[in-house]
Design a protein. Structure first.
Length: 269
């Protein structure tokens, strides 16, 4: 079936708006997380050609994770993502950073998604999508995707498809971690049916999520690359007291409990 897409279908991205929004996103992560930690960044940062990044959808933070990854690791590419048309209408500024509206659960919405997504990929852009289509706990199994992503792949089999697993666990600090794991990119043969492709996509993301869960259970940040440092320590009056005590004693202060715990274990060896 010939593509009916063209450049006019692409959302118009405002560079100024994107820079401001990226600054806000980075500030949010620094304030609300101890760190953003990622595994296998090379699968994403080395990607060329049309690229689809798809991941699980467990939190309000997921779209901001996409912005942070895109503008930190692959800022030279244009990035786009679909969003339910109803909430997007309340935040029109998001259109200026590459978010495009899709009517959920309607035939017209499916056509919208395919038309704009094909335009994105044909332009060499990066498409970000959460094919579960709803918030879902990271422990939920089996994964269940809507058919839109697989249908798109049958139309754009040359696109590279990259699974991304995301978690937000609390470890040893007051603030949680953002943990990310890029799996190896998929090349899916166009001979497969939509149902078969959907099963492959679900299986690949589930495997990535399981690997991230295993890494999260270790509570060891050394198995990740640091994408962004956030707030550390306890904060408040207690943290102020510790800093003043360290100042009077002429000693430094170790804010991160994870590092202190690791040093203590190393010393006992």
């Amino acid at each position: 079936m010939p593509a009916d897409t063209n450049a006019s279908a692409l959302p118009v991205i405002s560079d100024v708006t994107l820079r401001v929004f990226t600054y806000v996103v980075r500030s949010y992560f620094r304030k609300h997380f101890r760190a953003v930690l990622v595994q296998h960044t090379e699968h994403f940062s080395n990607a060329t050609g049309p690229l689809i990044v798809y991941g699980n959808h467990s939190s309000w933070w997921d779209p901001m994770v996409s912005v942070l990854l895109a503008q930190t690791l692959l800022p030279g590419r244009k990035h786009y993502a679909p969003m339910d048309a109803v909430p997007l209408a309340r935040y029109p500024i998001l259109r200026k950073i590459g978010i495009f509206p899709v009517e959920l659960s309607t035939a017209r919405g499916a056509v919208q998604f395919l038309r704009v997504s094909q335009a994105v990929l044909q332009s060499g852009g990066v498409l970000w999508i959460t094919p579960q289509g709803r918030f879902a706990d990271v422990r939920e199994r089996p994964l269940s995707f809507k058919a839109g992503l697989a249908t798109l792949i049958t139309r754009m089999p040359e696109a590279r498809v990259l699974p991304l697993a995301v978690e937000y666990p609390f470890w040893n600090e007051r603030l949680p971690e953002t943990l990310l794991h890029f799996a190896s990119p998929l090349r899916i043969d166009k001979k497969f049916t939509v149902e078969e492709i959907t099963q492959q996509l679900e299986s690949a993301l589930e495997s990535a999520m399981d690997k991230l869960r295993e890494a999260a259970l270790t509570r060891d940040p050394s198995s990740f690359d640091v994408l962004l440092e956030g707030s550390r320590g306890t904060g408040g009056v207690y943290a102020l007291g510790r800093r003043l005590r360290a100042l009077f004693r002429g000693k430094g202060i170790q804010e991160d409990h994870s590092l202190r715990d690791r040093k203590s274990k190393d010393a006992r060896r």
